[in-house]
Design a protein around this ligand. Structure first.
Ligand code: NAD
Length: 335
């Protein structure tokens, strides 16, 4: 993790979180965990009233997995504000996480813009709306971009940093550095593209999954198992390019020579993309509901988050070269 540069306000001044739902409250944990003061604003009073307790619960879970040490100090760095202005004025970076609608993003960006300090930057959590579609008319539009997280951002570190055509190089560089400094893993998407990188990659896999299911080649469960017990095991620590580089004696070129024609044939066999039809969705849903009742979705989401926490703890442990003393003692406590 890079040390904050004392003279640069982006490394020291408070962070503002605008919109404190699932993703915004997750971002608050990311920044506060890294030692930053965080000010949170949400337009919904009931969200403002409940957010500290929700974050406190998440922090306690993280502590149980050895992923944070002092949950109460982290929580103490997070303050809830009653107005947008109170959150944004004097902040060095604003993470906007309001509803995924272009008009709402445009409205909140226009409201944030005049409140910004001269050096302050704004990253939108949008999952797919290019920031150029909601920042064009702002006087300080060179300081807006997309910082797209994965939910929950305190467990899944990748952040897609996507500049608009008018975002300055300095904004991009400082946002990337900030994300590194708070322990995230930023990737730069050099120019705007629908779905950015993550959802385009996910979309390619989903497209094939739906098609294989529709054509009756396998059940949804077996398609899922191919990922959870196969592809996914490598993917949690290396990407598709590194995977194929290691999967042929002579590296990526050797792999491409051996299997390039097969992949080309696969891509050509899917040249006519169709929307996911209602009947197809119904068939997958039928199978999923026999595996997991609708009423059990929340329980299973909690299970997923605990698995993610265990995985994050394992990865942190491995990154430190084996069992670190903190991880060992936490693990021993849990057993
Ligand atoms: N949920 C995910 O998996 C996920 C992942 C990555 C990115 N995102 C993106 O993050 C953003 C937020 O998604 P979410 O899942 O947290 O939604 P959410 O509905 O849980 O939270 C959105 C919050 O924004 C608040 N809000 C709406 N308008 C506001 C305004 N004008 N000022 C202040 N607060 C306002 C709402 O009250 C709500 O609490 C969206 O752009 C979404 O696409 C979501």
């Amino acid at each position: 993790m890079t040390e904050p540069i004392a003279t640069d306000p982006i490394a020291t001044d408070p962070i503002a979180i605008v919109g404190a739902g699932l993703v915004g409250s997750g971002w608050a944990i990311v920044f506060a965990r890294a030692g930053r003061r965080v000010r949170v604003f949400d337009a919904d009073r009931s969200i403002r009233d409940g957010v500290i307790s929700a974050i406190g619960n998440q922090l306690r879970e993280l502590k149980n997995f050895g992923l944070v040490e002092d949950d109460s100090s982290i929580l103490a760095r997070i303050a809830v504000c009653d107005s947008l202005e109170a959150a944004v004025r004097g902040a060095s970076y604003v993470q906007e996480s309001v509803f995924e609608r272009q008009d709402i993003k445009a409205e909140i960006s226009a409201a944030i813009s005049p409140l910004l300090a001269d050096h302050a930057l704004v990253g939108s959590s949008t999952s797919g709306i290019p920031a150029s579609s909601f920042t064009e008319t702002l006087t300080n539009r060179d300081r807006f971009l997309v910082s797209h997280p994965v939910n929950p951002p305190y467990l899944v570190p990748v952040v897609e940093v996507v500049p608009t055509p008018w975002t300055s190089a300095e904004t991009v560089e400082k946002t990337m550095s900030l994300m590194e400094a708070v322990g995230q893993s930023p990737v730069l998407v050099r120019r705007e593209v629908e779905g950015f990188l993550l959802n385009r990659l996910q979309g390619a896999l989903l497209r094939e999954a739906w098609a294989l299911f529709e054509d009756g080649y396998a059940s949804a469960a077996d398609i899922d198992k191919t990922v959870s017990q196969g592809l996914g095991l490598r993917w949690c620590f290396m990407g598709p390019f590194e995977t194929i580089d290691l999967n042929a004696p002579g590296g990526v070129r050797d792999y491409a020579e051996r299997l390039g024609p097969l992949y080309h044939a696969i891509v050509r066999s899917r040249s006519d993309p169709q929307p996911w039809s209602d009947g197809l969705i119904g068939n997958v849903e039928k199978e999923r509901r026999t595996e997991l009742a609708l009423t059990d979705l929340d329980q299973r989401r909690n299970w997923r988050d605990r698995r993610l926490m265990a995985l994050a703890a394992h990865k942190a442990d491995q990154d430190q070269g084996g069992a670190s003393p903190m991880m060992r003692s936490r693990r021993d406590e849990r057993q």
